[in-house]
Design a protein. Structure first.
Length: 310
């Protein structure tokens, strides 16, 4: 079916186009509210700036389709194929994307607030600056995805795959990441205030300049983690493994550091709680990875304070 006949039928009030083939069709800027395109083939279609609010695109094939700036709120995209699709700045508030394939898709600056992406494949997707507040990403695959600068407050990440994901500058305040494997992940300049990071694996991760005010990191593994310039005041770091971590210039004022492992950790120019002074010196063993100084020596180069330093 060609675009003209399809639009003519839609204008006449026809809405059921399930299974239709509209590959490479140009439907940009068209109003197609509540259209039924379930299992339709729209490979390479141009739907840029179209209005598809409340449309049914269940199991539709939108591989490499252009959906940039398209209105897709309350749309049904369950199990659809959006691999390598252009979804930049798309409005997808409360969209249903359960089980959708978004691998390699460009979702930069997209609004996915409250969207359901449970079990979706976002492997290698670009989500830079995307709004994911309140979205459900449980069991989704975000391996190698770029979430730099994304807003993720209230997001659900139960059993989400985050291997080699980029979260630089992401807003993760209050997010529950307990027990997750974030080894090697880039979280530099991320906002993790009040986040739940208990038992999380952050081995070799980059948290430089990140803010973790009042975050809970009980028994987390931060072996070899970069925390230079990070703000960790009043963070609960009891039982944390900081072996060979770099905490130079980090602010840990008011942090709880009982039973912490600091073998080979770097504390040069760090701000540390006065009440932890004796305990940290008692635990200070080994040589740092970067400066090759003794950990005890780097403690001598840190500042112990009684009050919070912002």
């Amino acid at each position: 079916m060609n675009a003209s006949y399809f639009l003519e039928m839609y204008e006449a009030g026809y809405r059921d186009f399930a299974g239709i083939h509209l590959n490479s069709v140009n439907l940009s800027q068209r109003i197609l509210v509540a259209v039924d395109l379930a299992e339709a083939s729209l490979v390479g279609a141009d739907l840029a700036r179209a209005f598809l609010t409340k449309a049914n695109l269940y199991r539709a094939n939108l591989h490499r389709a252009n959906l940039s700036f398209t209105k897709l709120s309350d749309v049904n995209l369950r199990q659809s194929d959006l691999s390598k699709a252009d979804l930049r700045s798309t409005f997808m508030v409360k969209a249903h994307l359960e089980g959708a394939n978004l691998s390699g898709a460009n979702l930069g600056q997209a609004n996915l607030r409250g969207a359901n992406l449970e079990g979706a494949n976002l492997c290698g997707a670009n989500l830079q600056g995307a709004n994911l507040r309140g979205a459900n990403l449980s069991q989704a695959n975000l391996s190698w995805a770029n979430l730099s600068g994304s807003r993720m407050g209230g997001v659900a990440l139960d059993r989400t795959q985050l291997a080699d994901v980029t979260l630089e500058g992401a807003y993760l305040n209050g997010v529950d990441l307990r027990g997750m494997d974030l080894s090697g992940v880039n979280l530099s300049q991320a906002r993790l205030n009040g986040a739940k990071l208990d038992l999380v694996n952050l081995t070799g991760a980059n948290l430089s300049q990140a803010t973790l005010r009042r975050a809970s990191l009980q028994q987390a593994n931060l072996t070899g983690t970069i925390l230079t310039g990070a703000v960790l005041w009043h963070a609960d770091m009891q039982g944390v493994n900081l072996t060979r971590a770099d905490l130079s210039q980090a602010n840990l004022a008011g942090a709880l550091l009982q039973a912490t492992s600091i073998t080979g950790a770097e504390f040069t120019d760090a701000i540390l709680p006065e009440e932890s002074r004796n305990g940290l010196y008692a635990l200070a063993t080994g040589e740092t990875l970067w400066s090759h100084r003794l950990t005890r020596e780097t403690l001598d180069r840190s500042q112990f304070v009684n009050q919070l330093v912002f």
